[in-house]
Design a protein around this ligand. Structure first.
Ligand SMILES: NC(=O)c1ccc[n+]([C@@H]2O[C@H](COP(=O)([O-])OP(=O)(O)OC[C@H]3O[C@@H](n4cnc5c(N)ncnc54)[C@H](O)[C@@H]3O)[C@@H](O)[C@H]2O)c1
Length: 271
């Protein structure tokens, strides 16, 4: 049951591919909290078909947009305002893909064309989105933008490959736009750094089971599930967090502040 936290708000939610997607849970919860929104994803993801189910359940319209194409993004922001009847109050950037990771290219042997694609899809897309929002004057005052990230931006997780660089760039872009949009429109921009989560993007990482298990044992609260990440995003879209901006916010059960735990130590103790 909702609390009306997003009552009357209009939003754009990207990245819902299937029921495992973090964005899928955000859409379900945003609907329950009273928001109206459009769903968007790359045209190629539409063909997989599942997003229709979510659109029906949340009474949302789907506006396809490739997040690496400026024209698509401008149409998205224009179309969303037409569909929803006014400026946009919240935007979820939940987009990530590395051709290198997907095709098993390790960090020390990347294909540079794919590397450019990784950065474009997973990081520059946030820059492009917000540039499109500015060009179409689509954001309302005090709007909230959240992008999802991972702690590989700060620390090395070898299997995460060039996505680590993309996440570092994404976090920097969020901070920079947070400044510019804060000055011009009181808009806040944050990244949420989520625990490893069993989704299509997550399980594409080599050795994901190891990442997941290690983080689980290193986090006092355990790994944060997708639905709790979605709940956190909802608070950031709500008016309860109006002065939180330009932050990278860890949503990871305490992983980022833990040095070691007895469960992990146990694996190395001889007696
Ligand atoms: N799953 C994890 O372990 C984890 C942990 C921390 C952060 N994240 C981040 O959360 C976000 C969402 O990922 P997820 O885990 O829900 O997986 P997911 O695979 O369900 O979502 C990724 C989405 O990106 C979309 N996408 C890819 N290329 C696109 C393009 N060119 N234009 C528009 N959309 C495009 C995909 O269609 C998909 O919907 C990503 O940024 C991911 O890096 C995931």
């Amino acid at each position: 049951m909702g609390h009306g936290l997003l009552k009357g708000k209009r939003g754009i939610i990207s990245g819902a591919l299937n029921e495992q997607s973090i964005a899928w849970k955000v859409a379900e919860l945003a609907h329950a909290e009273g928001a109206r929104f459009v769903l968007t994803n790359a045209p190629v993801a539409m063909r997989m078909g599942e997003i229709d189910k979510l659109a029906q359940a949340t009474q949302a319209v789907i506006l396809p947009a490739d997040a690496t194409k400026d024209e698509d993004l401008q149409q998205l922001f224009t179309g969303a305002q037409e569909q929803l009847g006014g400026r946009i109050d919240f935007v979820l950037h939940s987009i990530g893909m590395s051709p290198n990771v997907r095709k098993g290219k390790t960090y020390d042997d990347v294909n540079y064309e794919w590397y450019k694609q990784t950065l474009d899809i997973s990081a520059m897309s946030l820059h492009r989105m917000l540039a499109a929002a500015v060009k179409t004057d689509a954001l309302s005052d005090w709007a909230s933008v959240v992008a999802l990230t991972y702690i590989a931006a700060q620390r090395v997780f070898p299997g995460y490959g060039d996505m680590a660089d993309a996440k570092a760039l994404l976090e920097s872009i969020a901070r920079s736009w947070g400044y510019h949009l804060g000055i011009s429109k009181k808009v806040r921009v944050n990244t949420v750094s989520q625990s490893p989560t069993m989704t299509t993007a997550g399980s594409g990482i080599k050795g994901f089971g190891g990442f997941y298990g290690f983080a689980e044992e290193m986090s006092p609260l355990g790994n944060a599930p997708a639905v709790d990440c979605a709940n956190y995003c909802i608070t950031l879209f709500s008016d309860l967090t109006k002065y939180v901006t330009m932050q990278n916010l860890f949503h990871d059960g305490g992983f980022s502040s833990s040095g070691v735990t007895p469960q992990v130590m146990e694996k190395f103790m001889k007696e």
